[in-house]
Design a protein around this ligand. Structure first.
Ligand SMILES: NC(=O)c1ccc[n+]([C@@H]2O[C@H](COP(=O)([O-])OP(=O)(O)OC[C@H]3O[C@@H](n4cnc5c(N)ncnc54)[C@H](O)[C@@H]3O)[C@@H](O)[C@H]2O)c1
Length: 361
């Protein structure tokens, strides 16, 4: 069966989506695109051999697509995803999916209303290294998780923030916690499961933004594991690091924007069984990336299952972000479940404050 796909927002990440859809062969086909800038949509459509439409309603009407990939800035995701769901299609939403937990809960209500799932793009969950690690954890081969670290240490210069939607709470929803480190700690949550509490700090050290440019959190998990989560856009030696210390082995990943099996390592605990063979088994080397996620998505649709990454998965990640900001801006320890409707950090990642004076542009 061929799934028909449309793309909304034909900027930087849209080409990655179009290429990944093409890589699925006859399992998926791009049928049309739209962008607020008509000339950009026309150029993109010409490159990929599909028509550009004046707006989303016209695109939905013309193609009745199965999947609509939302590749627009974060502040536009909620209204676009609601329009897609109500037209009977599945939104495939780029990260970060929304600006707040309140927005996310509105999306979940629309899922119930329409009976359709919302999918979030977290492509790092889908490389074979992550798939193998989750399998080993699920069958207890590594023992209990004790300690972990998800450190996203990136460098973005001032020019990067010249794009009008960057660095602003109202359209980006946050700084590196919301927009950059999200991939690493989402992957960590996919391995360690539900978190239980957070203590965090956030700071604006150097960049021309209204949001933070660094944050650091200590996260406790229901399993008892403890993790540090660090997110930065001011780090000249860039790296994305994940480390898990289980009872029986340390498992590490070091990469930048995507990984393959060579970027992972496993070190058995002294006296523990040699897990090298177990680690070398499992799925064939598949790099993390949009193609890996879209393959898993189409597999799930073909099998009649819930497509990954579903809203229950994504909510854990969005709630962790809200809790990091709530802890950083109030000084409190924040427990999972605490930020419900009516809580200041449910409606807004700043809790309705201005953490730092606005940057004059
Ligand atoms: N998964 C990843 O690794 C990854 C990497 C980069 C960006 N992203 C995410 O992808 C999204 C887009 O980022 P980008 O760098 O491609 O941005 P971009 O600014 O390059 O492109 C966004 C495009 O969306 C268009 N647009 C804006 N609002 C629209 C609307 N309401 N309807 C139709 N078109 C609209 C803009 O005109 C622009 O062409 C963001 O959420 C970003 O965080 C994800």
């Amino acid at each position: 069966m061929t799934r028909t796909c449309a793309i909304v927002g034909t900027g930087a990440i849209a080409d990655v989506h179009a290429r990944s859809i093409a890589e699925l062969g006859d399992r998926a086909r791009l049928v049309g695109v739209v962008d607020l800038l008509p000339e950009r949509a026309v150029g993109f459509g010409a490159r990929w051999g599909v028509p550009a439409h004046p707006d989303l309603a016209a695109l939905l009407d013309a193609h009745r697509p199965d999947l609509v990939h939302l590749c627009t800035p974060p502040g536009s995701h909620l209204p676009l995803a609601l329009e897609v769901l109500r037209a009977g299609a599945i939104p495939v939403v780029e990260k970060p999916p929304v600006l707040s937990l309140a927005e996310f809960d509105e999306l979940r209500r629309a899922e119930v209303e329409t009976g359709l799932p919302v999918v979030t793009v977290f492509q790092h969950r889908f490389g074979s290294g992550a798939v193998r690690l989750r399998e080993l954890v699920a069958r207890g081969a590594l023992g209990r998780p004790l300690l972990a670290a998800a450190h996203t240490l990136w460098f973005r210069d001032d020019d990067y923030f010249a794009v009008p939607w960057r660095g602003k709470w109202a359209v980006e929803g946050g700084g590196p916690t919301m927009g950059h480190g999200i991939h690493q700690f989402d992957l960590m949550l996919s391995v360690l499961g539900p978190w239980s509490s957070v203590t965090a700090v956030a700071a604006r050290q150097a960049r021309p933004t209204d949001t933070e440019d660094v944050s650091a959190a200590i996260v406790r998990f229901e399993s008892g594991a403890v993790a540090t989560v660090v997110n930065s856009v001011v780090s000249p030696r860039q790296t994305s690091q994940l480390r898990f210390d289980f009872e029986l082995a340390t498992v590490e990943l070091e990469h930048l924007y995507g990984y393959s099996d060579a970027d992972w390592s496993l070190t058995p605990a002294p006296g523990a069984a040699d897990l090298a063979e177990v680690w070398a088994g499992g799925p064939p080397d598949t790099p993390s990336g949009h193609t890996a996620q879209f393959t898993a998505l189409v597999d799930a649709l073909d099998g009649g299952g819930r497509p990954p990454v579903d809203s229950a998965d994504t909510r854990l990640t969005v709630e962790l972000i809200a809790a990091i900001y709530a802890s950083a801006f109030t000084g409190a320890v924040v427990r999972r479940g605490e930020i419900g409707a009516g809580h200041p950090f449910h409606a807004d990642m700043t809790g309705g404050r201005e953490p730092w004076p606005r940057w004059e542009r």
